[in-house]
Design a protein around this ligand. Structure first.
Ligand code: ARG
Length: 460
């Protein structure tokens, strides 16, 4: 155990169990870069405001830069015996440059320091996740283009409902992921205020320049209230909520991938590189990646509850409970990034069985709505048309026929308005082609959506 930053008031060292329980270095060491760059900005500001001398600041900044380089090259391992990454950085700096290192913590507390580090770390994680989401949306657009006229059954209640195109189905997911990008970017905007200078809770007596550090670290402004600066973790909750929705979307998609790759559906086949086998059943090809993604949505939702529960009873300002924020939100980001990293190539490499999809759409009276719409075109009110076709469908089921194979005489039992042109009206391609209103499933509309989404992606 290395010497505590707060050792002065105590006559005894922390017990080993208490020390293990208290320490956060195991999971906060991944913020080393943010911690060191935050400290550099702080030291430069201390010099600019005359709180320390320019020489002292130079020595501190070059010391911190050296630590950063040496951690990155592997020359200086982070000491796991330190309480947290902040203690490690200060200890290492002082070891390198001597007593000047002890001036770094002037006008600062670990409370504003950790709030700063976390915002900086999560800002990069958010940006990385947005990039992965953009790749996924681009991939979906490309796939949707390739399958803009590939007909498949559309479902409600998992019952065949109306024919759609695979392009339309894929673009529905593109919309979800596009909203996910928007949510992350929104959360980032609110998160991007700088807590540094809030001190332990009440600000500081030193004449610091909070605007200077905020600017230097890429924030839009310093936070307005010091108590809020050190006690706000809303951004963790907001980000985790956005991550939960990403996982929810991937999980719904996973469910479909799993169904579609079953023998019963056989709409798709996953590439061998993204499937696994069974140790006992030689014939098996399992969609483990999709199943894991569906499963992992649980842990991200769990992290959201962890964060909300951790926060809800906390009096202002900092409380140690807040140390629990990092493992939860880091795990959510790690999980989403891993999921996106494998999900996109899995989709990209899947083979689509267009014939099977089309065949499934030919069964199950999926064009019954079109048949009713046909009668509406002949002047029948929709509700009456609906009833006539309902009776026709029941008749077909009873007599082992489909709408395609039923004779015109069968049709005429239910409405005199039916004529030979009904067969063209219920033709699968025509059904899809004619769903041409804005946002509908026709190939033209799918292509329009792809254009629109690609355009939105440029500004996202
Ligand atoms: N490890 C702490 C955390 O993650 C850093 C802040 C500690 N501050 C304190 N006053 N004990 O929240």
């Amino acid at each position: 155990m290395s010497e505590k930053l707060w050792a002065g008031r105590f006559s005894k060292a922390l017990s080993e169990e208490a020390n293990d329980y208290n320490a956060s270095i195991r999971f906060d060491q991944r913020m080393y870069r943010e911690d060191l760059t935050g400290s550099m900005a702080h030291a430069e500001m201390l010099a600019a405001t005359g709180i320390i001398s320019p020489e002292e600041a130079d020595s501190i900044v070059s010391g911190l830069k050296g630590i950063l380089e040496d951690i990155e090259s592997g020359k200086t391992p982070i000491d796991p015996a330190c309480e947290d990454i902040h203690s490690f950085a200060e200890q290492e700096l002082t070891r390198r440059i001597g007593d000047t290192g002890k001036k770094l913590h002037t006008a600062r507390s670990r409370n504003d320091q950790v709030a700063l580090d976390l915002r900086l770390t999560l800002r990069s994680m958010t940006e990385e996740t947005v990039l992965l989401l953009k790749d996924a949306v681009n991939m979906l657009c490309e796939k949707a283009k390739a399958y803009s006229d590939a007909i498949m059954p559309g479902y409600t209640h998992l019952q065949r409902a109306q024919p759609i195109t695979l392009g339309q189905h894929l673009m529905a997911y593109a919309q979800m992921l596009l909203r996910d990008i928007g949510r992350l970017n929104d959360a980032k905007k609110r998160m991007n205020v700088c807590p540094l200078g809030s001190g332990a809770l009440a600000g500081t007596t030193f004449p610091i320049d909070r605007h200077m550090t905020a600017r230097a670290l890429g924030f839009d402004a310093p936070c307005e209230n010091s108590l809020d600066g050190v006690s706000d973790r809303d951004f963790c909750v907001e980000l985790n909520a956005a991550l939960s929705l990403i996982m929810t979307h991937l999980s719904r998609f996973s469910e479909e991938i799993i169904l579609w790759s079953s023998w019963e559906f056989k709409f798709i086949e996953l590439d061998d590189a993204y499937s696994t086998g069974s140790s006992i059943m030689p014939q098996k090809k399992n969609p483990d990646i999709a199943e894991l993604t569906r499963g992992k949505s649980g842990r991200v939702n769990g992290n959201l509850i962890t964060l909300l529960t951790m926060l809800k009873g906390l009096p202002l300002a900092y409380n140690k409970d807040m140390q629990e924020d990092k493992e939860a939100i880091f795990d959510s980001f790690d999980t989403v990034k891993m999921a996106l990293g494998v999900f996109s190539p899995m989709l990209d490499t899947m083979r689509v069985n267009k014939e099977r999809m089309r065949k499934a759409a030919l069964e199950g009276f999926i064009n019954a709505t079109d048949c009713a719409d046909y009668l509406v075109g002949k002047g029948l009110p929709f509700r009456s048309a609906y009833k006539a076709v309902g009776a026709l469908v029941a008749y077909c089921i009873e007599n082992g026929k489909t709408l395609e194979s039923a004779d015109l005489s069968d049709y005429k039992r239910f409405s005199e308005l039916f004529d030979t042109d009904v067969y063209a009206a219920i033709d699968l391609d025509a059904c899809v082609e004619r769903r041409a209103c804005f946002g509908a499933t026709s190939p033209k509309q799918v292509l329009r959506q792809i254009e629109a989404v690609s355009e939105q992606l440029k500004n996202a």
